[in-house]
Design a protein around this ligand. Structure first.
Ligand code: TYM
Length: 332
């Protein structure tokens, strides 16, 4: 039996980028893959690499749990759990810090970007965070890790750490593969399509939240930045705005970018944007309806309890094995 592992950080609300790059893939893989055990978690320890309001953090954790299910994850098929509720994540995270080199951590582009935006009070964990992410994956011997493009470098690091540990201490970890969506591994901002869509951007028009008011969603698509050429085709260098919208369209309608291009080759931007906003609204509407019911339901706690119980058994076995390999504590 193979294993799949992935997680989302509960900092703020989830965006359409998270949905296309990650959540939608989780659901597809759940429906397509046989003989694969799935572990999907809420990466709350990762959230505290930057300051968080504790009330909001708790709310976001619950909200992501509800969204996982609202987007189509079946709790009978997937183990859903909260990272911090399984201490082995932090334990293996420390072992991974003791496997990784500082130079490797400092080369991570996400760290460099985030550090660049902040001058004071940068937390040590912002630097060491990829070691914890490696632990999240290696703890479960994951074969496959569905993620967006921005996590690719962290996955490469995970593979290197697994290989290094195996080489030094003997075969211990499965070396995982990343899995990226065909279209939409990096959804861009609607206002500055050279940057990633991210809820931390100042202008709310630049991102779509899964729980955004649907009228606002429509308006955000209609006011997305394009160009003055008036022709619809995919060219991310010269036409990043239109190319991003084509990508969103293709991802949400399960078509190829080529198919969407040819369907709209004689259309104008307005028609295209109208159709796209309809597709996005049609995608979000049922998710929001299910979310509203789930968020009030005790089911969420039951699902998280079951997910934790199962994941914890596997994680504890693994961390014991790792400690033994390292010579920590006493021999068992
Ligand atoms: P996070 O919480 O920033 O993002 C969650 C997932 O959403 C993807 N994503 C995007 N995909 C396409 N376009 C975008 N604009 C976009 N924005 C975000 C991310 O690539 C990611 O797959 N470190 C991770 C969470 C994590 C994790 C793990 C993931 C912790 N441990 C172990 C996999 C396995 C993170 O911060 O993702």
């Amino acid at each position: 039996m193979k294993r799949l592992v992935s997680g989302i950080k509960p900092t703020g609300q989830l965006t359409l980028g998270n949905y296309i790059g990650a959540l939608r893939q989780f659901v597809k893989l759940q429906d397509e893959l046989e003989d694969t055990e799935m572990f999907i978690f809420i990466a709350d320890l990762h959230a505290i690499t930057t300051p968080q309001d504790k009330t909001k953090l708790r709310k976001n954790i619950r909200s992501i749990t509800a969204l996982y299910i609202a987007c189509g994850l079946d709790p009978n098929r997937v183990h859903l759990f909260i990272q911090s509720e399984i201490p082995a994540h932090a334990m293996l995270g420390y072992v991974m810090e003791s496997t990784a080199y500082i130079g490797e951590m400092e080369r991570m582009t996400q760290f460099k970007d985030k550090k660049g935006k902040q001058t004071e009070g940068i937390r040590t964990s912002l630097l060491t965070y990829p070691a914890l992410m490696a632990a999240d994956i290696l703890l479960y011997d994951a074969d496959i890790v569905p993620i967006g493009d921005d996590q690719k470098q962290h996955l490469e690091l995970t593979r290197n750490l697994a290989l290094r540990f195996n080489h030094t201490y003997g075969d211990t970890f499965v070396v995982p593969d990343g899995f990226y969506p065909k279209a939409g591994a990096r959804i861009k901002s609607l206002q500055d399509p050279t940057r990633k869509m991210d809820k931390s951007h100042d202008n709310p028009k630049s991102y779509i939240l899964l729980l955004d008011d649907l009228k606002a969603v429509s308006n955000k698509i209609k006011s997305a930045v394009t160009d003055s050429e008036g022709k619809i085709y995919y060219d991310p260098v010269n036409k990043p705005g239109i190319s991003n919208l084509l990508t969103i369209y293709a991802a949400l309608s399960d078509k190829t970018i080529k198919d969407v291009e040819s369907a709209y080759k004689d259309a104008n931007y307005q028609t295209f944007k109208n159709d796209l906003s309809e597709i996005v609204v049609r995608t979000l509407e049922p998710i929001q309806a299910r979310y509203e019911k789930l968020i009030k339901d005790d089911l969420l706690d039951r699902v998280l309890d079951e997910g934790r119980a199962h994941a914890e058994r596997i994680a504890n076995r693994k961390i014991s094995k790792v400690y033994q390999r390292l010579g920590l504590g006493r021999k068992r």
